[in-house]
Design a protein around this ligand. Structure first.
Ligand code: FAD
Length: 402
């Protein structure tokens, strides 16, 4: 079997693995990327993703934003409310001297742009196929190519970017903490007759979140959480029935809902890895933590994993022969991720759980909480910094607008 040696082998070319390849390969490392899914999967993803300002900075610096078919639609204002509660949070980016908190893209458009960026990387070995570890060690991989061939890869560092069910994480013996929220998120798009420009709405309801994200062409990406056991029946509703349901769940704050797009359904289960590293192996993206999408943080957090890993490697690059898989790099990566990861997980999980409670006492607390958040400048600034992706130690590429 053909054997190849690399500095870094990335397993999983989803949004996070592909971003990591774009950040790492130009630095002169010998990098390989393998993904098991056909190219059409990444480019065909129908979801609407809210990208934080920090993510837009990084994707711009990597040249990915310039390859999007449609530029991100800016989010200038965020409005969070809870049906039946009196509190409401309204926050505007220009209060913080920023043009926007971030922007909304079609996941498939971002996937295709990343794929084009990866294709343009000189020297990257890119393979369609499936990788597995040999002897349970992180360093040696067997890569079964889609064309029927097979290769052995030896890498100084293996990056598991292989998603929530990460086979590499399992083979390294890293455990996970899993929580099933009992909800399914239905994703579609719609038109709102009276939406405030550039506004992302998050309406929290008893059966889960209902969000509207501003998109190009005056449309909104719509996300609605429903109880898992009702999801099939609600997916089967005709458009008229579904629009009525969406209107009832979202309310009339942004006017009439119409012109529904295609629907897709996503079960909500979080999977959090107990640690981020093993011998010459690091976890990034959903392999490290797959979280409830309520706060639109998953890819943003995963991208910051990838960028922090690059920073940890770069910091030790006194000479060209830096070993990216040493204990020092791995420990630094874990340390760089600690604060951001903990706070983002707490935020997303807390929001997901608090929205599900219907007890009158909790409702009162929640309403007062929103009211406090609306009035307290410090809390507002912290909320805004989180929404923009500036939590903890911000990776270098995420800091500056290019
Ligand atoms: C409905 C919904 C809405 C969301 N909205 C937002 C949002 O607005 N903002 C945001 O930031 N995040 C959002 N997220 C989260 C975001 O989509 C994920 O965090 C992100 O896509 C994870 O990317 P990833 O590359 O880590 O993992 P994945 O996308 O799961 O990619 C893993 C890749 O690994 C490959 N793979 C697996 N095993 C192997 C193997 N053995 N060999 C080779 N390849 C392998 C797979 O083929 C796959 O391509 C949302 C999530 C959902 C479900």
């Amino acid at each position: 079997m053909e054997q190849r040696d690399f500095d870094v082998a990335i397993v999983g070319g989803g949004l996070v693995g592909a971003s990591l390849a774009c950040a790492l390969a130009p630095l002169g490392f010998a990098v390989a990327l393998v993904d098991a899914a056909p190219r059409s999967v990444l480019a065909g993803d129908p979801r609407k993703l809210a990208l934080a300002a920090a993510s837009l900075n990084a994707l711009s610096a990597l040249g990915v934003l310039a390859r999007l078919g449609t530029p991100p639609t800016p989010i200038r204002r965020v409005e969070v409310s809870r049906s039946g509660d009196f509190g409401r949070l309204c926050i505007e980016a220009d209060e913080f001297g920023r043009p926007a908190f971030g922007g909304v893209v079609l996941a498939g458009d971002l996937g295709a742009a990343l794929q084009r960026s990866v294709d343009a990387l000189p020297g990257l070995r890119q393979v369609r196929g499936r990788a597995e570890t040999i002897n349970g060690e992180g360093r040696t991989l067997r890569v079964q190519r889609e064309d029927g061939g097979a290769e052995t890869w030896r890498a100084r560092l293996v990056v598991a970017a292989d998603g929530a069910h990460s086979p590499l994480r399992a083979s390294a013996g890293i455990g996970v903490d899993t929580h099933d929220y009992g909800q399914t998120l239905i994703v579609t798009s719609a038109r709102l007759s009276a939406a405030a420009p550039g506004t992302a709405y998050e309406r929290l309801t008893d059966s889960g979140p209902c969000a509207m994200l501003p998109m190009s062409g005056g449309r909104h990406g719509a996300l609605m959480g429903v109880a898992r056991d009702q999801a099939d029946a609600l997916m089967a509703l005709d458009d008229t029935g579904f629009v009525a349901l969406l209107q009832q769940r979202f309310g009339w704050r942004a006017g009439r809902v119409s012109e529904l797009g295609e629907r897709s359904a996503w079960p909500l289960i979080s999977t959090i890895a107990e640690r981020l590293t093993a011998d010459r192996l690091v976890l990034v993206g959903n392999a490290a933590q797959a979280i409830h999408p309520i706060g639109a943080q998953g890819f943003n957090l995963g991208l910051r994993d990838a960028l922090s890993l690059v920073d940890a490697i770069e910091e030790r690059r006194g000479d060209a022969a830096v070993d990216p898989g040493t204990e020092a790099v791995l420990a630094d990566y874990t340390a760089r991720r600690r604060d951001d990861r903990e706070r983002t997980l707490a935020f997303s999980d807390g929001l997901a759980r608090i929205t599900a409670t219907t007890s009158p006492l909790h409702r009162l607390g929640r309403s007062l909480g929103f009211a406090a958040l609306n009035l307290d400048a410090g809390l507002r600034a912290e909320f805004a910094a989180g929404a923009m992706g500036f939590r903890g130690r911000v990776p270098r590429l995420a800091r500056e607008a290019a």
